[in-house]
Design a protein around this ligand. Structure first.
Ligand code: PMP
Ligand code: GLU
Length: 386
């Protein structure tokens, strides 16, 4: 009876497959199955002690009340310093909105820019939540094809821009491929975007997880025109192993930042008070502990690349902690199902990432699991050959 009361909008939304597979894998493991969980993307390190301590101190000092809904001013100032320090971007605190995770920042953006039927271009392979957020906000997803490097097919991008195009989502380093756009590639994209005056939603949550001595470039840093059109999204989940804390932020032109702030003030109020204090400490601290985590991820990635069977097709990750791979020729869901049943590997099917035939594994797990995973994947690939 109540089912028919549910909105078409809500019925149209799929649950997050990354979180769903993670839940299923955890249940199997709890039931005693020897499953390796390669599904959810979150660092396997603990949150650094000094960050935890600053949240504890804030609690003990009674910092437990509502705050400025866009986040406390010192945190927004620290985020401005971070943008200057890491990305050579100058923002004022009023241009920053702190939210309950980058996911929340992204959804706030969609609500602030999408009128019914507005188009948002999402380059495949994409993170599972982008299309659903656009749909929830009343927008229409337009998927851009990828080229042989798993990057935006520029000609296709040009051909799908219409009068209704509001925004393009850019995610470098990318989930689920780990590709990283070069400055030149970003320049090419920026030119197209500026010509058509489209907003760029630049999701930079994996900015620090980048390998081979490369440097992350924010598209917003390429000039004043593109900066005005870009909303930069970032968060603390990946850089500081703080996935469960739920804290992220964005920077945008003042008018858009204000609209987003209004939306947040009427929905979630502020991000959790004492988490903001911890975020402030994390952002302003000496960042060398981040480098240690990145070195470990690079070591794991290198092990995978050196040991994975040539029978497996994959996208070489230059950043993030995912490997998008394909074995044989079958739909993603079948491949994921078979890997789970035959090799006890929990992976996320690629179809929800716009990459059918592929599955995604996360290498944010320890070396022992990684070695075992590669052994099982290679064994499966050998069997598929026969
Ligand atoms: N963007 C991408 C590409 C992601 O993979 C994730 C998942 N963590 C997020 C945004 C959201 O991160 P969070 O909400 O934990 O800050
Ligand atoms: N972004 C991570 C992933 O893709 C975390 C889970 C989620 O929010 O989707 O696995």
């Amino acid at each position: 009876m109540i089912e028919e009361k549910i909105s078409a909008r809500a019925k149209n939304i799929k649950p997050s497959s990354t979180l769903a597979v993670n839940k299923k894998a955890a249940e199997l493991i709890a039931a005693g199955e020897r499953v390796i969980n390669l599904s959810v993307g979150e660092p396997d390190f603990d949150t650094p002690e000094f960050i935890k301590q600053s949240a504890i101190n804030a609690l003990n000092q009674g910092f437990t009340k509502y705050t400025d809904s866009s986040g406390i001013k010192p945190l927004r100032q620290a985020i401005c310093e971070k943008f200057k320090r890491d990305n050579n971007l100058v923002y004022q605190p009023d241009q920053i909105v702190v939210s309950c995770g980058a996911k929340h920042s992204l959804f706030n953006i969609m609500l602030a820019i999408c009128d019914e039927g507005d188009e948002v271009i999402i380059p495949a392979p994409y993170w599972v939540s982008y299309p659903e957020m656009v749909k929830l906000a009343g927008g229409k997803c337009v998927v851009c094809r990828y080229n042989e490097d798993f990057k935006i097919d520029i000609e296709h991008l040009k051909s799908i821009i219409t009068k209704k195009t509001k925004a393009l989502i850019l995610n470098s380093p990318s989930n689920p491929t780990g590709i990283v756009y070069t400055r030149q590639e970003l320049q090419q994209i920026a030119e197209i975007v500026c010509q058509h005056k489209i907003i760029v939603i630049s999701d930079e949550v994996y900015e620090k997880l980048i390998y081979d001595g490369q440097k992350h470039v924010s598209i917003a840093s390429l000039g004043d025109d593109i900066k005005k059109l870009t909303v930069v999204v970032n968060g603390l989940s990946k850089t500081y192993s703080m996935t469960g804390w739920r804290i992220g932020y964005l920077a945008a032109e003042l008018s858009l930042a204000k609209s987003i702030a209004n939306i947040q003030s009427q929905t979630t109020s502020n991000p959790t008070s004492f988490v903001q204090k911890a975020a402030l400490e994390a952002i302003l601290a000496d960042q060398s502990f981040v480098e240690k985590m990145v070195e470990e991820f690079e070591r794991r990635r290198n092990y995978i690349l050196e040991n994975i069977s040539p029978l497996i097709t994959y996208c070489r990750p230059a950043g993030a902690f995912y490997l998008l791979l394909k074995i044989g020729d079958m739909p993603s869901t079948q491949l994921a199902q078979r890997l789970l049943e035959e090799e006890k590997l929990a992976t996320v099917p690629g179809d929800d990432f716009g990459a059918d035939g592929f599955v995604r594994i996360s290498f944010a797990t320890d070396m022992e699991n990684i070695k075992e995973t590669i052994k099982r994947l290679n064994r499966f690939a050998e069997r598929m050959k026969k």
